[in-house]
Design a protein around this ligand. Structure first.
Ligand code: AMP
Ligand code: ZN
Length: 133
């Protein structure tokens, strides 16, 4: 979709801090993370939200979410994680390309759902570390 920022990330016309990619799915760090390692997992084919995503695509996507979450758990490492998926503006969805948030959690680190301005150098280093693990 031409005016979709996440489609542009898939095309490579907008940069991202990529942590995982296969032929159907892309995962990259959120630039305004709720916690260190906050990752978004998206399908490469555009669908606006959960209701517009077909069963097969959704199955592929959620399997990738689990795979990336398992990898983050050992690569970061983190102690737990939340999965968040917003549908519609009223639910806080700001980008209309379906995405699952993986929000890593750390013992004693709290569990808040609030964005923090990401430091680009730190995000780049973290993505590199996760990719290499
Ligand atoms: P949502 O509120 O569920 O639609 O989440 C959209 C998320 O996308 C927010 O957490 C943003 O920080 C994140 N985001 C927006 N643009 C980018 C980008 N270019 N790269 C990485 N994350 C982004
Ligand atoms: Zn899109």
């Amino acid at each position: 979709m031409s005016d979709c920022i996440f489609c542009k990330i898939v095309e490579g016309t907008i940069p991202s801090f990529k942590v995982y990619e296969d032929d159907k799915v892309l995962a990259y760090l959120d630039i305004n993370p709720f916690s260190p390692g906050h990752t978004l997992v998206i399908p490469k084919v555009h669908a606006a939200n959960l209701l517009e995503c077909g069963d097969e695509g959704l199955g592929t996507l959620i399997a990738a979410v689990r795979k990336v979450a398992a990898h983050l758990k050992t690569a970061l490492p983190c102690d737990g994680f939340n999965i968040l998926q917003n549908n519609g503006e009223a639910a806080g969805q700001t980008v209309r390309h379906i995405h699952f948030h993986i929000i890593p959690r750390y013992e004693g680190g709290g569990c808040e759902f609030a964005p923090h301005q990401g430091d680009m150098a730190e995000l780049a280093a973290l993505a590199e570390r996760v990719r290499m693990a």
